[in-house]
Write a protein that binds this ligand. Structure first.
Ligand SMILES: [Mn+2]
Length: 476
């Protein structure tokens, strides 16, 4: 594997600091993110700490801001080694100010803070500091994996977790959904050692573990309007295109299809998606690279790394991070059963809210944007981001989308905003949300194409009006 020298050297400092600390026999604190990348990174690090004999405490957060970073470092002041995973780079100044007397390691791939630190203050492993694309080439799970590999070559068995994390962070941005850069190198290492197989296949959910009708109904990426979330419609779709969904009263599996039937299915799916208004890029996503984890049971959702990451994602979104971690650490009994249940609940929730959106029940359309009033129907904050992202494909909109949800903060509503490709270059969502939410007494921010905010509930209409005014100026 070819790791750039500068990154390699930073990894070595990280490893040396861990080995040094292990001699103290004191515990370390691990702080990580609740998404699939954060959970897999935490699990890989837990493996490293165990191998070094360092006891540890793990804390999983939905996000890290200045306030939370300072709270954690104060509350856990008796931990002298703290690792931030999948977060921390943007909060360097506050972490540094509380880091005195501690060793702090940050493994993150998000945009780092402008301030720099020396290795003596904080060891920051962030690919962006070394000119590596942290959006597409490596995520926190991959970085933590590289560290584990450096410690012990047997840790190549953890490569599947690295890949699950990268896919969870949507880093499969190569041709036909292939991994790129260091991620691809990690996948290849896993392939060489018999842990992973890479192949091009139909990318619907549960292809190897569930009846075809169910696979189609459970596919949300890409979202197929009319089919996603609707088993009956999927049944009829198969019949219409000349594929018998059942055999002797038993629903058929994909593996029972003949070659001709597979071809029929793929061409008709793509055709259907195009007719439903999806872009050809979206529609073509239905066929692409999949990463199979050969040590997992092919009958389970853990066999396909994307499904594995979807399970973890659901655990995080439904507030069940310990189940997700247990899964990553190898529990294939209770944790797996529980994770599948959580995932079913999560899907049912998504399907329910998306149906309300598709029917137009909670959609307000303005000249400048769409407003989805999820708050009225009880949409929870943790899943509002997912609803916002999928909604951009349902509404086929060339307009920005605003989703309101219940906030975990009393008296507030949560806002998620997404913009479609067409206006991507013209607006900066994070910037707009940060400014407008402040004016109404809330707070917010995010990236260029996606962001979120919390605003006082009584300011909702004023906030929408303000955004409309701003957007009409900026888009036109
Ligand atoms: Mn990440």
């Amino acid at each position: 594997m070819e790791i750039p020298r500068s990154l390699q050297e930073r990894m070595e400092s990280a490893l040396v600091s861990l080995i040094d600390y292990s001699k103290s026999r004191k515990p370390a604190l691990v702080v990580s993110h609740y998404d699939a990348d954060g959970l897999t990174a935490a699990a890989i690090l837990m493996n490293i700490l165990k191998q070094l004999g360092i006891p540890f405490h793990v804390k999983i957060l939905t996000q890290l801001d200045e306030n939370r970073a300072s709270l954690i470092l104060k509350n856990y002041h008796n931990y002298h080694f703290v690792v931030f995973l999948d977060m921390g780079s943007s909060e360097l100044p506050v972490i540094r100010s509380y880091a005195k007397g501690k060793t702090v390691l940050i493994i993150d791939h998000h945009k780092p803070s402008k301030s720099k630190v020396t290795d003596e203050e904080i060891i920051e492993v962030n690919p962006r500091r070394f000119g590596i694309d942290g959006d597409r080439e490596i995520s926190s799970s991959g970085l933590t994996y590289l560290l584990a590999r450096q410690l012990d070559s047997n840790n190549v068995r953890l490569a599947p977790l690295a890949i699950v994390g990268a896919l969870g962070d949507l880093q499969d941005k190569g041709d036909k959904g292939r991994l790129l850069g260091l991620n691809l190198q990690i996948a290849r290492e896993g392939i060489e050692h018999g842990f992973i197989r890479e192949e091009i296949s139909l990318r619907v959910f549960g292809l190897r573990s569930r009846p075809l009708v169910e696979c189609l109904a459970k596919t949300f990426d890409p979202y197929i309007p009319g089919l996603s979330g609707n088993k009956m419609a999927c049944y009829k779709f198969l019949k219409n295109i000349g594929i018998e969904p059942e055999d002797n009263g038993v629903l058929r599996m994909f593996s029972s299809l003949s070659r001709d039937e597979v071809r029929l299915l793929v061409t008709n799916l793509v055709k259907y998606m195009l007719e439903a208004g999806l872009s050809s890029r979206e529609a073509e996503k239905i066929v692409g690279y999949v990463y199979l984890l050969l040590r997992e049971d092919p009958q389970t959702s853990l066999y396909d790394a994307r499904e594995y990451s979807a399970l973890l994602n659901a655990c995080g979104r439904m507030g069940k991070v310990s189940i997700g971690l247990a899964l990553c650490l190898g529990d294939r009994n209770e944790a797996l059963k529980e994770a599948i249940k959580i995932w079913e609940e999560y899907r049912a929730k998504l399907a329910h809210y998306l149906q309300l959106v598709a029917r137009g029940d909670i959609v307000e359309e303005y000249k400048e944007l769409y407003v989805i009033r999820g708050d009225i129907v009880g949409l929870e904050e943790r899943i509002s981001g997912a609803i916002a992202s999928i909604t951009t494909t349902i509404l086929k909109s060339a307009k920005p989308i605003l989703v309101f949800a219940l906030s975990e903060k009393e008296g507030y509503v949560k806002v998620s905003m997404r913009i479609p490709k067409e206006v991507e270059k013209k607006i900066d969502v994070g910037h707009i949300l940060s400014e407008t939410s402040k004016i109404v007494g809330g707070s917010g921010g995010g990236h260029k194409v996606a962001g979120g905010a919390n605003i006082p509930i009584e300011k909702l209409n004023e906030f929408v009006k303000m955004l409309r005014d701003r957007l009409s100026e900026e888009i036109i």
